[in-house]
Write a protein that binds this ligand. Sequence first.
Ligand code: SF4
Length: 363
Amino acid sequence: MSPDPFRLRDPLRARAFADLLARHAPPRPVRIVHVCGTHEITIAQHGLRELLPDGVEVLEGPGCPVCVTSTRDLDRAVKLAESGAIVCTFGDMTRVPGTRRTLAEARAEGADVRVVLSAADAVTIAREHPDRPVVFFAVGFETTAPGTAAVLLEGPPANFSVLCTHKLIPPALSALMSTPPVHIDAFLAPGHVSTVIGARAYAGVAERFHVPIVIGGFEPLDVLYALWLALRELREGRAEVVNAYPRAVTADGNRRAQELLARAFEPCDAVWRGIGTMPASGLRIREDLARWDAERRFAIEGEPEEERPPGCRCPDVLMARAVPADCPLFRTACTPLSPVGPCMVGAEGACHVWYRYGGRPKL
Ligand code: SF4
């Protein structure tokens, strides 16, 4: 039986967790980083930061797939659309600023850019337009990548291809811990990614960097429970992977999804917007599926990396070194209607979430 969601939002239990958090907080400032826009939404929407003891900070790192898609990849998608291909992607991606323009702006000038909910939708469009190239601009982490893999392995039509920018979470955690200055004491790992990769997938990171990693669900009490376990580990000097979301996550994850990923993709270095290249943090389409790889099929290059607008703190926000309110453009020059940086575009971007709910609202 699935848990009653209202019990997982019970304010009295949340207060009890606040007491536990206060009792187990180490006697020093602590920074816990999550890499998941859905966690940020839960934390901000339910005012969970108000329940944290003094000195305990929770920040969002590179957890929004839209925010971390590099300008180079975005520019490639724009160029493909401008060259006559039908470019299909998720809604938020059409609004992310590239070097010259967004996909939505390219569409306004006549390019054929379509919003889809899945790779399978893009295949349907390819079947409907056999005389035109149809490119699926694939973004997202281990949660969306199996859907792209399944489509590639099913043998889509010849006019279909994938511009693959899928990224992997565990290598991103390693890169965050390897890029000085590092101010991360523990990770709250994303529940949905973990359903695919399994709890064991984080063991190497926890061990190598001696950092606690607690996998958390998405209801308010899920998050508080996971934070409590992270604080307890820190206080006791442990650095283990703990699965605080066992109703959805197992030690080994979803073997079928992992098999699809392994058959369709191989790991590659990937550029994360605002961060740079992270080793083995991306997925590239395997050689035997190359005929559906837009990168191999079309000669498309991105523009040189853009200059950041003056004052923009997106790289610091994506590296969990700043919160949105630290950016001078937040809520002034940069809003969801007029985003300056990618963190304000995606519904899971830290700046977008803070704009909607506020980062530290009173309960
Ligand atoms: S407020 Fe805008 S410019 Fe500043 S960090 Fe956020 S997205 Fe980037």
